[in-house]
Write a protein that binds this ligand. Structure first.
Ligand code: KIV
Ligand code: ZN
Length: 386
């Protein structure tokens, strides 16, 4: 299975993303978002953590009822009540998944769960088996995998596969790993775990050191064929690997990442826009792929280049990711060519001395005013020459 080049996109915006500050979503908002994730071509939507609250249960169930085209999944701890709630919530879906997790690092086992390694192995086996009685698609996550003892990680993954898990996730829960280490982790586990080829391995990368996307891609190079991601990278603390970044890297750098996926690239921007309208913040303007400035050019040199040939300063077209807005921003760094281009778009055919005069007034205004709008330009054209 792992030999295929098809990468499964597992979106956890509605679970890992939603559980972070400022990202709470109401029932109807989660359903709207889930429909958009399906339109984006996400393979698996982690719709929530059914046991967490009645509200969470209801949203997972409603999404399972009405969203078609994606597999609907709920998270569950290694507890009977969690698995039963997850199973009930995802039951109405056309295709569903139960995602069972248990920490595998000694730090988590001792400080948080207060269980031994032997107990962890028992719990993982028992609850993966239980989940398999409710769904034919069970994923097991070894939480804090990147800080776990490698021999124990091999053991717990082996046990989960024997119990029936079809996807094995090795999360970098605290965003601690480097790309080289994370790639190596997948290579080692795939080599040492019996029947590793019968399951799909998954990445789940937090961004605490700003390496979430790089780590997710490194995991894929190491043999993972599922990436767990969120729209604009929302999620616990510094967030998760961003779906749009992983998808864009695979599209633009096919030479380095020769993988296929089901993501409809032109839905990336509309999806991020919808999320920004629902949660309490939009991505930073310089956010890769979907930020307001991701395709904006203000400096004269860049504007000149882009107007001559967009490839000079753009590695993908704005349209390819669903951005339709004007990418030439007029400001104090803009040159005459960019102003002439904008004037032309607005229906003013200025050249020569006439253009020089308007450009002079434009630079004076741009020194005083941070943003120059079309109405400012109309006023500049209409101003009598001093
Ligand atoms: O970061 C993490 O380890 C998680 C698991 C629950 C998959 O979110
Ligand atoms: Zn996480």
């Amino acid at each position: 299975m792992a030999e295929s080049n098809r990468v499964v996109f597992f979106d956890t915006t509605l679970r890992d993303g939603e559980q972070s500050p400022g990202c709470t979503m109401h029932h109807e908002e989660k359903i709207r978002m889930a429909h958009q994730l399906a339109a984006l071509g996400v393979d698996v939507i982690e719709a929530g953590f059914a046991i967490a609250s009645t509200g969470d249960f209801n949203s997972v169930q409603a999404i399972a009822h009405e969203v078609r085209g994606s597999r609907i999944c709920s998270l569950a701890r290694c507890k009977r009540a969690d698995i039963e709630a997850a199973a009930k919530a995802v039951e109405p879906a056309q295709i569903n998944r139960i995602h069972v997790f248990l920490a595998s690092s000694d730090l988590h086992l001792e400080a948080k769960l207060k269980i031994t390694r032997a107990q962890a192995l028992e719990q993982a086996a028992e609850h993966v088996k239980l989940a398999c009685t409710y769904s034919d698609d069970v994923e097991f996550s070894a939480e804090d995998a990147t800080r776990s003892d490698i021999d124990f990680l091999v053991q717990i993954v082996t046990v989960a596969i024997q119990a029936g898990a079809k996807t094995i996730n090795l999360p970098d829960t605290v965003g601690y790993s480097t790309p080289a280490e994370y790639q190596q982790l997948f290579e080692t586990i795939r080599e040492r775990v019996p029947n590793a080829d019968s399951v799909i391995f998954s990445t789940h990368c937090h961004d605490d050191l700003g390496m979430g996307t790089a780590n997710a891609l490194a995991g894929v190079l190491g043999g993972a064929r599922q990436v767990e991601v969120t729209i604009t990278g929302i999620g616990e603390r510094a967030g998760n690997a961003a779906l749009e970044e992983v998808a864009a890297a695979m599209a633009v750098r096919r030479d380095a990442y020769p993988f296929t996926n089901n993501i409809k690239m032109t839905e990336l921007y509309p999806t991020s826009k919808l999320l920004g309208e629902i949660i309490s913040f939009s991505p930073a303007p310089n956010k890769a792929v979907v930020g307001k400035n991701a395709f904006a050019h203000e400096s004269g040199i860049h504007q000149h280049g882009v107007l001559a040939n967009p490839l000079t300063y753009e590695i993908m077209t704005p349209a390819s990711v669903g951005v339709t807005a004007n990418n030439i921003v007029l400001g104090k760094h803009s040159g005459r060519k960019a102003l002439q281009h904008r004037l032309h778009e607005m229906g003013f055919a200025l050249a020569g001395e006439e253009l020089d005069a308007v450009y002079l007034r434009f630079t004076e205004l741009a020194d005083r005013k941070k943003s120059i709008y079309d109405q400012d330009i109309v006023a500049l054209v209409g101003e009598p020459v001093a």
